[in-house]
Design a binder for this molecule. Structure first.
Ligand code: CDP
Length: 244
């Protein structure tokens, strides 16, 4: 594998995979793909393939962890062993614990938890194939799966990463850009209100670059929101039964 400094990130205004600076990877969203879950979503973001499943609201166990005033939201992000280049050791690790927490915080603000005291709403995100941006893909899928489960929500949450590669601020980094680029900033937002619900950053960007990145992310989240909405409408406009 080349070292970061050997990679020509930008060539004639295009990125390593031929995209422009403000271009998303292809996104595919399918709703209601799992029969056993209350809500589910399969999502592809470029070469990322993720599945989200939602259960609940259902009785919260252990009972001492119940909240008498509202539902408790649980979020588990997990990478399949075969989702990365080298086999990933199964089970939770520091990274997945962190991403689970951040992803929960990203979707929680839109869930009307007060409607279901003492219950749990459980979100599971499984990464089947990864190519950077898995947390953003997981948040997008989780948001759709929550809606599919009929969880009362104020809105959908959409998510994308921006970053800096080859000195340029770019949208939706792929694995080479994420691993060897200068900065990576995953963002989740309620697109229709331009409200940010999660923001992280690795690396360095100037204030101007961050502002530029935020603008790119806002535009992209509006596009993602439309794709999420269209996928949900497609699911509920059709008369087909739930996944067999
Ligand atoms: O996936 P995301 O960008 O949200 O998180 P990251 O920690 O920045 O990881 C970037 C990419 O590195 C992942 O999407 C995977 O493709 C890769 N990765 C890996 O190959 N093995 C791991 N144990 C963790 C990440």
């Amino acid at each position: 594998m080349k070292k970061g400094e050997d990679i020509e990130f930008i060539k004639e205004g295009k990125r390593v995979d031929g995209r422009g600076f403000d271009e998303l990877r292809d996104i595919k969203i399918e709703v209601g793909v799992l029969k056993r879950a209350d809500g589910s979503c399969y999502l592809e973001l470029g070469n990322n393939k993720v599945i989200a499943a939602v259960y609940g609201p259902r009785e919260m166990h252990p009972r001492h962890a119940q909240d008498a005033k509202m539902a408790v939201v649980k979020f588990r992000y997990n990478m399949a062993p075969f989702s990365v280049d080298d086999r990933k050791r199964p089970g939770p690790d520091r990274r997945s614990v962190e991403i689970s927490k951040v992803s929960r915080e990203a979707v929680e603000p839109v869930i009307i938890k007060e409607y279901y005291p003492k219950t749990a709403i459980e979100v599971y995100v499984e990464i089947l194939q990864s190519d950077a941006g898995t947390r953003t893909a997981g948040i997008n899928a989780a948001s759709v799966a929550l809606a599919d489960a009929g969880i009362p929500m104020k809105d959908l949450v959409s998510s994308v990463a921006v970053g800096k590669v080859g000195g340029e601020v770019v949208l939706d980094l792929n694995a080479v850009e994420d691993n060897y680029g200068e900065a990576d900033m995953p963002i989740a937002m309620i697109a229709r209100r331009n409200v940010i619900t999660a923001l992280q950053m690795d690396g360095r960007m100037t204030k101007e670059e961050i502002e530029k990145g935020l603008k790119l992310a806002m535009n992209a989240c509006h596009q993602i929101y439309e794709l999420q909405r269209t996928a949900l409408l497609k699911r509920y406009d059709s008369s087909e039964d739930r996944a067999a």
